[in-house]
Design a protein around this ligand. Structure first.
Ligand code: FAD
Ligand code: SF4
Length: 447
């Protein structure tokens, strides 16, 4: 995969990665061993027949490759761009033991882009069953559940509270990693299966719980969009954002083009971002493109950063300054923010997840000048709808509890994606949604 030069890409929101040529894709596909027991498939949560689509690429049959992928995955251009393949299919590829694994994600993206330019492949669907299923939330989980159920012959109504479908794919992940016209094209393919998308419908408010429960079954894919804050002194000063708000303003509301669009955002000249995941990297790179000098502060070591390695490397290349083993403790300023006070952290014992537990070092406080601060320290499940359903069992962090068939404690109500797992990944949300759709089908057929 090739990246646009740094000095070009940091001035716009155009895509960083430029993809493969036909001959590069065929050449890469030829490396596949076509294993008799391919490990890559079990590494893929939506079970794409990876060796078969790679074989078709090697033979130059791109349409056949698209048909194979679309059979299992309706969002391949998205997955090819943002899936953490290094720990999924590519992490399982046998070639990775001695050499470099096949670039499965890059090949999936190549085929999805080829398909978009050469006519969308729409998989077959069964005759209508006469049963109605409501899906709440049009993120990757809701879109996947909708596509799967529509293909099995259900009449699907997909409720989305925002004015655009896509969830985090539209409002969270910036267009330099995931262009929005690509997300829209894949959503259109899902809708072409007959899914009835209702935008600006907030279930629990503009759609009542009773209306929802009137459907034969319900899938909740409402995600984890509730940002956590650090509860720091000064957190209410202007210029302090959650990464969620900051990214939504720019990605969905086009604040970078204010006043052409009516939502503004403060373009900081010195920006501090707290956190070390994909969300933190995205917020930092957006702030950089808005013209800021950006410092990313993370409380653990560089090797503990949870963001994808490739995105961490790109963030560094683009000029984001990394301050590791440090944590913000105060936002400095009176009416106007002037800086962020941080403390150095020492890595002590391991925490419950096996990562080193950071502990503040006494007397190690230091200040970073800043006029914008962005907290990217995690999100919890969107509480609005699920708190309107008191019988729904929820975990400690507010996530909806589901069994192995994605059933919630409410009859005929299923859930999957971030609302059940807490903030995770696109492909895990899709994998869960697909399994939940099949469990709903089984339940309705057995009735
Ligand atoms: P969401 O995408 O959050 O979608 C939920 C949808 O439900 C939203 O559209 C919301 O508006 C709607 N909704 C909520 N409540 C209601 C209601 N009551 N009525 C109607 N609609 C409702 N993952 C990766 O795999 N790779 C990455 O590189 C990556 N980068 C990320 C970068 C950022 C900035 C963020 C925030 C996340 C990133 N993730 C990444 C995580 C990934 O995007 C999520 O795990 C995934 O989107 C979860 O999908 P979902 O469908 O469960 O939820
Ligand atoms: Fe090809 Fe790797 Fe899958 Fe084997 S594991 S079939 S080499 S992609």
């Amino acid at each position: 995969m090739h990246d646009r030069p740094v000095d070009q890409r940091i001035h716009d929101f155009g895509e960083v990665e430029t993809g493969l040529t036909k001959s590069e894709a065929m050449h890469e596909a030829e490396r596949c061993l076509q294993c008799k027991k391919p490990l890559c498939i079990s590494g893929c949560p939506v079970n794409i027949d990876i060796p078969s689509f790679i074989r078709e690429i090697a033979a130059g049959n791109f349409k056949k490759a698209a048909v194979i992928i679309k059979e299992q995955n309706m969002l391949p251009a998205i997955c090819g761009r943002v899936c953490p393949q290094e720990v999924q299919c590519e992490g399982a590829c046998i070639l990775g033991n001695k050499d470099i694994p096949i670039a499965i994600g890059t090949l999936e993206r190549f085929i999805a882009d080829w398909e978009r330019e050469n006519g969308a492949v729409i998989p077959q669907k069964k005759a209508l069953t006469g049963r109605r299923v409501a899906v709440v939330g049009a993120g990757p989980a809701g879109l996947t559940a909708s596509a799967e159920l529509a293909r099995m012959g259900y009449s699907v109504t997909l409720f989305e509270s925002l004015h655009e479908a896509g969830g985090v794919l539209m409002y969270g992940i910036p267009s330099f990693r995931l262009p929005k016209e690509i997300v829209k094209a894949e959503i259109d393919a899902v809708l072409s299966l007959g899914v009835d998308l209702r935008l600006n419908h907030l279930v629990g408010r503009s759609v009542t719980i009773q209306e929802l429960l009137n459907y034969d079954a319900v899938f909740l894919g409402t995600g984890a969009g509730l940002p956590y804050f650090m509860n720091l002194p000064g957190e209410n000063l202007p210029g302090v954002y959650s990464a969620n708000e900051f990214l939504t303003r720019v990605n969905l509301m086009h604040a970078d083009r204010f006043p052409l669009y009516d939502t503004p955002v403060k373009k900081g000249s010195r920006v501090v971002v707290a956190g070390g995941g994909n969300v933190a990297m995205d917020a930092a790179r957006v702030a950089l493109r808005l013209g800021g000098k950006v410092t990313l502060v993370y409380r653990r070591r560089e090797e503990d950063l949870p963001a994808r390695k490739a995105e961490t490397a790109r963030s560094k290349e683009e000029g984001i300054e990394f301050v590791m083993c440090s944590n913000p403790v105060r936002i400095i300023g009176d009416q106007v923010m002037t800086g962020v006070e941080c403390v150095k952290m020492e890595m002590c014992d391991l925490d419950a997840t096996g990562r080193p537990e950071p502990v503040p070092v006494e007397g190690s406080h230091f200040t970073i000048d800043a006029d914008v601060f962005i907290a990217a320290i995690g999100q919890g499940p969107n509480p609005l709808l699920i708190s309107e359903l008191p019988e729904l069992m929820r975990g400690k962090r507010g996530n909806v509890i589901v069994d192995e068939e994605f059933r919630t404690s409410l009859r005929k109500v299923y859930a999957g994606g971030d609302v059940a797992t807490g903030a995770a990944t696109v492909i895990l949300a899709m994998g869960a949604a697909k399994q939940a759709a099949h469990a709903i089908d089984k339940m309705l057929r057995e009735e």
